[in-house]
Design a protein around this ligand. Structure first.
Ligand code: DAH
Length: 325
């Protein structure tokens, strides 16, 4: 009986060799391995076996099935489609879309460029922060109103998303002895409702200059030089007295800059002379060192510079909008 199966096996393998295209292969599969194929009907022969013959027959049939299946699989793996349209290798390919820098990244790069010419290097800090770096070290104690849960993204299990890049001032001073001259561009987070001028994530650029004998004149000169280089020869700055916990005195910074070709005052951020409490928090002696800091809103700069009326457009990733810059 098993000799019979040997003959059937060679017959099956021979006819598989003759199957030259996908259609013939499929026919072979149906004829031999299909649910009504030869293998199935041979199996039915089990019934006429004696109890002693049965295991031998069964084993031989299993081996046959394996042989045919793997022979079919290896032929199928090598087969090339015998029909179908020919490939025209001279046909032009699909045009590859050219990417471009996002208008905000471009603004950040230009800001870095201007400040690096004034000797600032770039420092980075984490977006997931602790309250020490976001508040305490910046002279904002537990009782400070900006620490309200509704004004911050506090994280389960401790920590928070930073609300300001001023955190990086603290991190740099903690890790580096003075003198220091850095800027730090990056994302900050506040739970604001989204509208044309508010978003729960935006970008700031922080500046920090610490040395012996730094005065408010250096602060003003630095911001003025930035404005002239970034916005053009007519640009100017104005400082309006204000309050920030980490600077004393503090001011709001406005820049006289072109908005759709017309010069205008635009409020860009805050600045001031580093508060002695901040120096003490990072272990600098306020009797020896002095310095200034500033923080500017990057969306504000880009939106005014490029006349973008809605902050949400910056984050929707609509290529039709982004391609314009
Ligand atoms: N961190 C402030 C804010 O997010 C902006 C700021 C004000 C930064 C004064 C400064 C500064 O470095 O000196 O509103």
């Amino acid at each position: 009986m098993t000799e019979n199966i040997d003959i059937i096996e060679s017959e099956a393998l021979a006819s598989l060799k003759e199957a030259v295209d996908d259609a013939a292969l499929e026919q072979w599969r149906i004829a031999w391995l299909g649910s009504k194929g030869r293998l199935k009907s041979l199996m039915a022969g089990m019934k006429s076996c004696t109890p002693e013959e049965r295991p031998v027959f069964g084993q031989r049939m299993n081996a046959l099935k394996k042989t045919l299946e793997s022979a079919f699989k290896s032929v199928g793996d090598q087969s090339v489609p015998a029909s179908g349209p020919p490939i025209d290798i001279t046909e032009p390919g699909l045009p590859a879309g050219m990417g471009r820098q996002h208008v905000l990244s471009r603004t950040v790069d230009e800001i870095i460029d201007v400040f690096s010419r004034m000797g600032f290097s770039v420092a980075e800090g984490p977006e997931v922060e602790d309250e020490w770096h976001n508040f305490n070290a910046l002279n904002m104690p537990e009782s400070h109103p900006a620490r309200e849960p509704s004004d911050n993204f506090f994280l389960d299990g401790g920590g928070m998303l930073r609300t300001q890049t001023s955190t990086v001032q603290v991190r740099v001073m903690e890790n580096t002895p003075p003198p220091i001259r850095i800027i730090s561009p990056g994302r900050v987070y506040r739970p604001d409702t989204h509208d044309a001028t508010h978003y729960s994530m935006f970008h700031q650029v922080e500046g920090l200059w610490v040395d012996k004998g730094v005065t408010i004149v250096d602060l003003k000169a630095t911001l003025f030089n930035f404005a002239r280089t970034f916005f053009g020869p007519e640009a100017d700055i104005r400082m309006r007295p204000s309050f920030f916990p980490f600077t004393e005195p503090s001011a709001e910074v406005d820049m006289w800059m072109p908005v759709r070709g017309k010069m205008q005052w635009v409020e860009l951020g805050g600045c001031g002379m580093i508060d002695p409490n901040v120096f003490e928090a990072v272990g600098y002696d306020p009797e020896i060192w002095s310095g200034f800091a500033f923080g500017l809103g990057i969306e504000r700069i880009a939106m005014r510079k490029f006349a973008i009326p809605d902050i949400r457009w910056l984050f929707e990733n609509d290529a039709r909008f982004l391609r314009q810059f």
